[in-house]
Design a protein around this ligand. Structure first.
Ligand SMILES: [Zn+2]
Length: 252
């Protein structure tokens, strides 16, 4: 039994006393404070979809409380399913956003400044509605989806390896399985990032198509996108850190 605030070993001390190292009440480190998230509790009162979104909201709105009360050593079957659903949602959203951005970069959104060969090659009006839909999917959507999913899987695996490796080095209670379970529940944090990115890219193109903004606004738009990438990275790292910080001395 460890103090969940500082990692001091509490075994043998009375339940109503305080941690000799940091002064935190020992009852705050009780294993009974940790439980399965809504998603993992088969509850006939809530459908699976409802449990999915309740857990998603708990992770996004109250990450500290969520990780502070998460049973860290549960099975990964359910948590992996939770993460996969989020990854698929985010992949579809980023695939869509990426293909829109690609079309803008190719100059197709506004047609102005597009080289003649590209205009001919991507002339969607000649391809008919089904043909242009397929063409858009092939040149944009599918590669963007594949790239997003690969990055999500790759980043998660890398983060899990590095975290578990550092934890072992520093004698922290975060074995690889526990880290992976924690990262499964970190997956909802990609959702706000994907939504903001989609709204930015799609919103900008809507403003272009309706003529509210002209092509000269391009550089400013790219600055905004760059700033969003920076804030997204900071947000994802911060929430990852909150998760690991609140799991690393977990007693259950
Ligand atoms: Zn302590």
């Amino acid at each position: 039994m460890l103090c969940e605030a500082c990692g001091y070993i509490l075994t043998g001390l009375p339940d109503d006393s305080r941690c000799p190292e940091c002064g935190q009440p020992i009852s705050d480190s009780s294993p009974t404070l940790r439980h399965l998230p809504d998603w993992e509790i088969d509850n006939t009162a809530h459908t699976e979809i409802r449990r999915f979104w309740r857990t998603t909201a708990a992770v996004i709105l109250h990450p500290t409380r969520f990780y502070r009360t998460l049973a860290t050593r549960g099975h990964r079957n359910k948590s992996r399913e939770f993460a996969r659903t989020h990854w698929i949602l985010v992949t579809l959203l980023f695939g869509w956003t990426g293909s829109l951005q690609l079309l803008w970069m190719l100059g197709i959104t506004s047609w102005a400044g597009t080289p003649a060969w590209a205009r001919q090659f991507y002339d969607l009006s000649n391809a008919g509605p089904i043909g242009s839909g397929l063409l858009l999917a092939i040149i944009g959507f599918l590669p963007c989806c594949a790239l997003t999913y690969a990055v999500l899987i790759g980043a998660t695996r890398l983060a899990a390896r590095l975290t578990a490796w550092e934890a072992r080095f520093r004698n922290i209670r975060l074995p690889h399985d526990v880290v992976l379970r924690g990262l499964d529940y970190h997956s909802p944090h990609y959702l706000p990032v994907a939504i903001v990115a989609f709204l930015t890219v799609a919103g900008y193109q809507l403003l272009l198509v309706t003529g509210i903004l002209d092509d000269l606004s391009g550089p400013r738009y790219l600055y905004i996108l760059c700033a969003e990438v920076f804030f997204a990275a900071a947000y994802l790292f911060r929430t990852y850190w909150t998760g690991m910080r609140n799991m690393m001395f977990a007693n259950r």
